[in-house]
Design a protein around this ligand. Structure first.
Ligand code: GDP
Length: 356
């Protein structure tokens, strides 16, 4: 499954946010190193199109796409050298497809800041420096191994060259995602700074409603995406019914919860999109990568769908809504028969034809 790893200094609100993410009650404690075990939380990707489809097809249930988050320990200065919780915890994010860094923007004298002051820029530099150091350590070990393998003619020298190039960039302080190094040959290393990044600013209500302040923080991390939320409000929102939740959001100047935003931004950052299937049983969104062709997309439902793929009947969501039914869409020529080279589009409503 595609996952986003959550990192940040201790006491920035990771557990609070993660509780909201999973609707679980993992202990959010007011002291560093409270979060130790990695946890996985799955959130629904909000998609109002599914309700519309369920209306058209009379579906019994709705199954949205999901985004998975892995909660990992807070990173302190020196984490990569085994201080604090140590490098072994960074291993938990090697597997993640993207990294969400939670940054503390809220002021609260009751909540200790590990570095003494609330300073988002400094905090991000601390975390990013630790991630660079962790990557350098990974590379050092890999390069020793690669050198042996190249000498023994067991490895293409281009792999070693890529590793050395990455090492040089990191030594200069450049995260790999901001460099031009082709990391494809060393993808197996799961280098942390090569992953797409999202910044989650955990801020006070005052900042949520302050567009200028938000723009200032967003500029610090651009071109990476910034999401603004108040983890405490997020944890309150999950206990409210939809109307009360909407009211609370509106009172803080938001039209969408932070978690919904995070799911959406995470989805985009991972280069994902959805296609839809609908029937009397369920209306459902399926997750695929942008650019996938029809048989590959069919394979997400079942591997047999991919192997036995014949064709796909595709109606765009907008055409379906406009015509009101599959029968009408067909009659108006809006239902297309697509073959194995068809590149899927976001919001395609699909029925696959296949051999078993
Ligand atoms: P973690 O160490 O990053 O997982 O941080 P926690 O989620 O455990 O939060 C540390 C403390 O900060 C807890 O006492 C939380 O209640 C508090 N906290 C988290 N988010 C907010 C917030 O947005 N505003 C305020 N005032 N306190 C928060």
């Amino acid at each position: 499954a595609l996952t986003i790893g959550i990192v940040g200094l201790p006491n920035v609100g990771k557990s609070t946010l993660f509780n909201a993410l999973t609707k679980n009650t993992v202990l959010a404690a007011n002291y560093p190193f409270a979060t130790i075990e990695p946890n996985i939380g799955v959130v629904n990707l909000p998609d109002p199109r599914l309700e519309t489809l369920a209306g058209i097809f009379g579906s019994e249930r709705i199954l949205p796409a999901t985004v998975s988050f892995v909660d990992i320990a807070g990173i302190v200065k020196g984490a990569s050298e085994g201080e604090g919780l140590g490098n072994k915890f960074l291993a938990n994010i090697r597997e993640a497809d993207a990294i969400a860094q939670v940054v503390r923007g809220f002021e609260d004298s009751d909540v200790v800041h590990v570095e003494g002051v609330v300073d988002p820029k400094n905090d991000m530099e601390t975390i990013n420096a630790e991630l660079i150091l962790a990557d350098l350590e990974t590379l050092e070990r890999a390069i020793t191994r690669y050198e042996k393998e190249v000498r023994g003619k067991k490895l293409d020298p281009s792999v070693l060259a890529a590793a050395k190039e990455a090492q040089e960039e990191l030594q200069r302080g450049t995260p790999l995602s901001a460099s031009k190094v082709d990391i494809a040959p060393i993808a197996e290393l799961g280098l942390l700074t090569a992953k797409p990044f999202i910044y989650v600013f955990n801020v006070d209500e005052a900042v949520l409603t302050d567009a200028a302040k938000k723009a200032e923080l967003a500029a610090l991390v651009a071109p990476a995406e910034a999401v603004f939320l108040d983890a405490k409000i997020e944890s309150e929102l999950i206990d409210l019914d939809p109307d009360d939740a909407a009211e609370l959001l509106a009172s803080t100047g938001q039209d969408e919860s932070g978690l919904d935003q995070l799911a959406r931004v995470g989805f985009d950052t991972l280069g994902l999109q959805t296609y839809l299937t609908a029937g009397p049983k369920e209306s459902r969104a399926w997750t695929i990568r942008k650019g996938w062709k029809a048989p590959q997309a069919a394979g997400v439902i079942h591997t047999d769908f991919e192997k036995g793929f014949i064709k796909a009947e595709v109606i765009s969501f907008d055409d379906l809504v406009e015509t009101g039914s599959v029968v009408e869409a067909r009659a108006k020529g809006k239902a297309r028969m697509e073959g194995k080279d068809y590149v899927m589009q976001d919001g395609d409503v699909v029925e696959f034809r296949f051999n078993v």
